[in-house]
Design a protein around this ligand. Structure first.
Ligand SMILES: NC(=O)c1ccc[n+]([C@@H]2O[C@H](COP(=O)([O-])OP(=O)(O)OC[C@H]3O[C@@H](n4cnc5c(N)ncnc54)[C@H](O)[C@@H]3O)[C@@H](O)[C@H]2O)c1
Length: 399
């Protein structure tokens, strides 16, 4: 079978926890080369994975005609430059979010994608989360307007540390996932957007659509460590779908449909989740997540002054957490399935078949950047922003 030869640019925490192990599991992909500035990381990886080569100079990967696709997993400030260089080199490019940090970068990426024989996928993996794909399919025939409530809230160690993240609005690097999900889920662009809250960490947003649909987002960095991060609730006509952290899906008002449980990422603890449900998942995450995380990335909440007492439910659980042990020893992060592997596999398959990917392309990424700045403008002025007008100024059609 012809495989897609993939080169990585940046092999930091997220790439080593997600894209790299996922790529190694995808039969359509050969992990061919890795570039990182850190030669110790390269040494470690070349000892673990059969690679063609590693390099501290990513230009080697871009100049290599044997590499079909690159995965960019560096920090935010160099994404735009690396995407453009990769597209000029004719590569297919999957770049982590955010695609761009300002409007000029977004415009340059759109132009580069147009000229390139390659294609761009922005790492908006939630489009591919199995629970969200099913929800989208079920909702397709349901009449508008839809009312969607999305919560993405967690106690966020980046917010407390003086990291590169703490100088940007969380909407730009995290809320962006949900802005993309909204435009993908409704297959339309919002016409008006509004945001309240503070500059960096805690926001409420409303996205209004032409058909009357409303998508509201609570994106915040406060609250108990022992509470799951994401929730989506969809209400329309006589139907409701509620999804707790990509795992527990309640499907109500749809004839013949039952509630579902989705396995965590890579099926880790799938049997226990199938048997004991969300109750097991939420307690397992809180009790065990740290055991999966490599030492250097573990969060010491107590040292940050954050209390994290164990969960105590009103009824005794039907399981003993002590009976459950890590099934996949190589897994670096225990998580719900947010569609990371599927988004990469889909992109690789599209490369092989020459079909148009469903991943977010340059225009979708640019619209998310624009939407974020429109929301920040709304925050500053206290006014609702007419997004159609902002898109028109860019020469983009609103869908
Ligand atoms: N989609 C998601 O769910 C998700 C989750 C977490 C992080 N992310 C994203 O992943 C990206 C990386 O985050 P991280 O926390 O892993 O960062 P990190 O700092 O741990 O890793 C970045 C790596 O890039 C390397 N690098 C930087 N410049 C380079 C260059 N010119 N050539 C080669 N290598 C270079 C660094 O040496 C480092 O190893 C960010 O964009 C972040 O937003 C996505």
């Amino acid at each position: 079978m012809r495989k897609v030869a993939v080169g990585f640019i940046g092999a930091g925490a997220f790439v080593r926890g997600q894209h790299l192990p996922n790529a190694l599991r995808i039969p359509e992909i050969e992990v061919a080369a890795i570039a990182d500035l850190n030669s110790r990381v390269l040494e470690e990886l070349s000892g673990e994975i059969p690679l063609r080569y590693t390099t501290t100079d990513y230009h080697r990967i871009l100049a290599d005609p044997g590499i079909d696709m690159v995965i960019i997993g560096t920090r935010h400030e160099v994404h735009a430059e690396l995407i453009q260089e990769s597209l000029v080199a004719g590569k297919w490019v999957l770049c982590e979010k955010p695609m761009a940090q300002n409007e000029a970068e977004a415009a340059a990426i759109i132009a580069a994608e147009k000229k390139s024989s390659g294609r761009l996928a922005v790492g908006f993996n939630r489009r591919f989360a199995p629970a969200y794909r099913l929800a989208r399919e079920l909702m397709r025939p349901v009449r508008a307007p839809w009312f969607i409530n999305y919560r993405i809230v967690n106690q966020n160690s980046h917010a407390l540390a003086d990291s590169s993240y703490s100088h940007e609005s969380r909407m730009l690097y995290e809320g962006c996932h949900i802005l993309d999900l909204a435009q993908y889920f409704l297959d339309a662009d919002p016409i008006r957007v509004y945001m309240t809250g503070d500059r960096y960490l805690n926001n409420c947003c409303i996205l209004s659509f032409a058909d009357g649909s409303q998508f509201q987002i609570l994106c915040a960095s406060v609250g108990a460590v022992a509470y799951w991060k994401e929730n989506m609730e969809i209400f329309a006509a006589d139907k409701t779908i509620g999804i707790q952290d990509f795992i527990d899906m309640r499907i109500r008002g749809f004839e013949g449909e039952a509630d579902r449980l989705f396995a965590p990422h890579l099926g880790e603890q799938a049997a226990a989740v199938a048997k004991y449900g969300f109750e097991f998942y939420e307690q397992y995450v809180v009790a065990r997540a740290n055991e999966y995380i490599p030492e250097e990335y573990r969060v010491d909440w107590a040292a940050m002054g954050i209390s994290n007492p164990p969960i105590r439910r009103p009824l005794p659980p039907a399981f003993r957490l002590d009976d459950f042990h890590r099934a996949n020893q190589r897994m670096r992060f225990f998580s719900a399935d947010k569609g990371w592997l599927q988004s990469l596999q889909h992109f690789a398959r599209c490369f092989l078949s020459g079909t148009k990917p469903e991943n977010a392309d340059a225009l979708a990424g640019a619209k998310v950047t624009e939407m974020t700045f429109a929301l920040l403008h709304s925050l500053e002025t206290g006014e609702t922003v007419d997004l159609r007008e902002w898109y028109r100024r860019k020469g983009w059609e609103s869908r």
